[in-house]
Design a binder for this molecule. Sequence first.
Ligand SMILES: [Zn+2]
Length: 222
Amino acid sequence: MQYPVDIVCYQCTIVLPVLDTPVAHTAWWRFMDEHAYHPVEILWEHSEARERIDIDYIEVDSDISSDPSLAEYAGDEWTGRPLALHPRPVARAVAEVVLRAQEAMDAHEWRAAPADAAVAVGIVQSMDFAPPPGETVDAAAVLARSAAVEAARERLHQAAAEPVGGDFGALLKELLLALPSPADLPVDELIAESGPLASPRLWDAERALRLIQHLVDGITLR
Ligand SMILES: [Zn+2]
């Protein structure tokens, strides 16, 4: 949901609507306290900076169920807070790649090949990612989620070997470079870092895959 005025923290990748209600005031003061020394910006209705907001951002009071309500953000009931506000370097790196690809598509500079759509459908079907930040995990859940991340990475790897167009192929290679390798995400370390919430590194990779899924979904429609 987009409000006429929002405030964004680019470091924590969170957007808060600025509204004139008691709970919104409490949320605003919490935001000021939490992000005072971070790169924050007021977004007006037609601010160009809105284009920098992608689906990896946490949007308070959005209609996405994993995002907090204003009351959850203002209070202490948002169990996912420590994970959601943790920096996500992989997701940010992937967001840069995704943004460039989207710009090329919007400018009609993207040359699609006949095989692109079918390969894109295959990728999207193998991805279902980024559980809510507040979801508690045990070792079995971390194991399953890390296996799913690895399977998606492997699927992207296979797709890069298909006869896709030059632009799609280059995009897949860039995305694979931005994503962590299996050696970067050792399962024993992920399990040790998790509990009750998921490991920040794991969730970062899951959110990055979510961005990729969103972009690749657009390719299937072309
Ligand atoms: Zn912040």
